[in-house]
Structures are given as C-alpha cells and as structure tokens.
Write a protein that binds this ligand. Structure first.
Ligand code: GLC
Length: 402
C-alpha cells in the first residue's frame, strides 16, 4: 500500500506540537511494517536540515485566479521519504503559523499537495491529511482533480488532532483564494455561519475520518467537545474511528537518551535517582531525594486545564512535595506559577519558556506528571512520562482516559 501523509509539521524538520511527533513517528512505523508511506510538508524558512534537501522539480499551483510557483524537494530519513513544498512568499518565514495570511498560505499548501502527486514517481492509494492545514486537500482532490489520471483511485483519510483550530476565514476566500465559489457542493460543505471552515470541508469530503484516541472519537460527537462540528461527526459516525497515537520508543528511550544525566530502564531504575538530583539542581529546587517532584510540561492554555491546578496550588504545596512547571502560554497561568516560585523558594520552579533540554530532564527526573486537560484528543506527554518512569496524574478525558 502507498500512503502520502500530508502534515504542516513533522519531526525532525519542524515542530510546534504533538502533530509533528506523530507525523515523524507514524510513517516511520508504517514503513517498518512494509507500507510505502511518504510525508509531504511545507519548506519553511527555518526548516531544520534545509541544506540536506534534494531538488526534484517545480510546477505551478492555481490559487483562486492566480498561479503560484511551487518547488518540490525531498529527503530520506530512517527509510521514510519526505517531500517539501517550496514557495518563498508563503513559507520563507520563521514560524509555521500565526500570520495574517495563514488562510491563503495554508490553502496554497493543500492545493500544492494535490497538484504535486502527478509529478511524483509515486501514486498513493491513500492521501492521509491531518488537521486544518491539510483539510482542503480532500476537497480540492474531489472537486478539481478528479479528471487527472489516477487521481480518482486515491482514497482520503482525515485525522483530527486538534479541533480547537479549524481554519475559519472570511467567506470571500471561497472564491478569491480557494476558487470554489462556483462549486455549489463545496459551498454547502465548507461554509458555516458565513465563514469558510477548512476543517468542516475535510470532515464532509474525506472517505474516512479518524481521531487520535477512541474516547475522543466519541467525545467529538457531543456538543461540549464538538467545537461546533458535532453535527458533521454525528452524520458521518459510520466512517469515524478513534486510533490511539503512540510515541517513537527509539526517540524516547531513557536507556539511550543523551539528554539524561544517567541512563535507566524499567528493570534498571537506579539512574533515575541521579536524574532527579540533576533536575533539582538544574531547576533551582532543593536537593531532596524524598520529596516527590510533581511536573508539568505543557502549553499553558485554557483547555490544558491549568486552572484546576492554580485553584488548589497552595493545598498541593501544603504537602511535602516539590513542583516544576515548564511551558509558555496565557499570562494568568504564567503569573500564578511565577508567584508560586516566589512564595515557595526551593520547592516550586516556574520555567515559563520552551526548552527541549529541560523537558528531557523533567521527564527523566520527576516522580509524577500532572496533566489536568479539560480536553485532550490524545496527549503524548503522558506516554513519554510513562516511558521515563514518571507516573501520570490525569483528568479522565480523550486519550488520557484511554
Ligand atoms: C494535538 C492534540 C494532542 C495530540 C496531538 C497528536 O496536539 O492536542 O492531544 O496528542 O495532537 O495527535
């Protein structure tokens, strides 16, 4: 079987969240199983290993009434072929998203994925799209590319990693950017309350829908978790499944992880004590082997449930425990954690930043891992924590429940 896996980010090239971990790990695991899985993603300005890419070809992509250049590059990592779509104007920037023209950039990407298949020496049986960034590909494929040789045999799978970001834009985009104003079926299936909703398009057009855990697949059909899309999930329930993510146990391996002070493994746990002492030193906690360290590594945003922690912070700290929090996000959470650090010197460490090194030290050295998410499609941190012998404490939702 041939699978083209389209994602806006993938390890080791670009990462802003869990999607990149899955896009790096799943195709690799599929290839090991004998599947020809290849990844396709944008060539960002700050893409890692940029100088290692091999040029393949270039072609043009219609974006509404315009025609835009797209360069195609590739690279091989661990037996997986990665394709990169290049357009300086859209992607020659530092961060993957967060720009005023994200709607157009992402629409270009989704279209360029469809356009590109005819230039590859690879005709996929399945186009596997992920989250709103690739949500328009199944729409374009059916509406605009069904006449291209071989394209009508391609089946589409769309995986929801995060419903909080759906790609909602002003209705004028339907014609001006997507070029779909004269396609009544597309209009009906993309528009929601006068806006274009990219994710709604994918949910309506794809042959199969998956979410990243079985529980979340049930949750998205409800009003509370459905984020305004529960009507489509319910209508298409027969083709919706929940498949739990996994982590790459070679990347996350306490027996080989060079970021740790000492290696350890399930049968040989001795090294974890050294990792705990190192974490206490590194993060400004008092060196005390007996105080359990409760850790959080997360984006500090509402749906991660941190108000459940800040509300009872002093009760937690009244026990003989230490806490370390690593992450950035909403000001109110950052501020509560900074204040806690002042109030409990040597027992509470607030690192309001992004740091892969400290994150490894935390997974390796902490005793307990706190994940109070209000909603959590899957969550990878609890799995990484378990891999490093750090017991997760979670709220019963989505992948945390599974
Ligand atoms: C998103 C979800 C998270 C999931 C990850 C990978 O980041 O919020 O729960 O683990 O995608 O699928």
């Amino acid at each position: 079987m041939k699978i083209l896996y389209a994602a806006s980010e993938a390890n080791p090239f670009a990462k802003s969240g869990g999607l990149a971990d899955v896009a790096g790990a799943l195709p690799k695991a599929l290839v090991k199983d004998g599947v020809d899985a290849r990844v396709i993603m944008p060539l960002y300005g700050d893409l890692k290993y940029r100088d290692k890419l091999e040029y393949v070809t270039n072609y043009s992509v219609p974006v509404g009434w315009r025609s835009q250049y797209c360069g195609l590059f590739k690279a091989d990592v661990d037996g997986v072929t990665y394709y990169f779509l290049d357009n300086e104007y859209y992607f020659g920037r530092e961060y993957p998203y967060g720009f005023f023209d994200d709607g157009e950039r992402i629409a270009f990407f989704a279209k360029a994925v469809c356009e590109c298949i005819q230039y590859l020496d690879f005709m996929p049986d399945v186009l596997h799209c992920n989250d709103w960034h690739t949500a328009l590909s199944p729409v374009f494929l059916r509406e605009m590319y069904h006449c291209v040789k071989g394209y009508d045999n391609i089946k589409t799978v769309f995986t929801v990693h995060n419903l909080k970001y759906q790609g909602m834009f002003d209705g004028f985009m339907l014609g001006d950017v997507l070029g779909l104003a004269d396609y009544p079926a597309a209009r009906d299936q993309l528009m929601q309350d006068g806006a274009v909703n990219f994710m709604r398009g994918a949910l309506n057009y794809s042959d199969r829908l998956t979410t990243v855990s079985p529980t979340y697949a049930q949750e998205v059909c409800t009003d509370f978790y459905g984020e305004g899309l529960d009507d489509v999930f319910n209508r298409r329930r027969s083709i919706l499944s929940g498949i739990l993510n996994g982590i790459d146990t070679e990347v996350y391996d306490p027996w080989r992880d060079k970021g740790l002070t000492k290696f350890f493994s399930a049968p040989q746990m001795a090294g974890k004590k050294n990792c705990k002492a190192a974490l206490q030193q590194m993060s400004g906690l008092r060196e005390n082997p007996d105080a359990p360290i409760i850790a959080c590594v997360s984006r500090l945003v509402g749906h991660k449930g941190f108000s459940l922690v800040t509300d009872v912070l002093h009760e937690i700290m009244s026990m003989d425990v230490q806490m370390v929090v690593l992450g950035t996000g909403d000001w109110n959470y950052e501020e509560s954690f900074r204040q806690a650090q002042n109030q409990y010197p040597g027992r509470f460490a607030a690192h309001m930043m992004y740091s892969p090194n400290l994150s490894t030290a935390i997974y390796g050295g902490a005793d307990l891992f706190l994940m109070p998410s209000i909603s959590e499609p899957c969550g990878l941190s609890q799995m990484i924590a378990m891999r490093y012998g750090t017991v997760p404490i979670v709220r019963e939702t989505g992948g945390l429940k599974d």
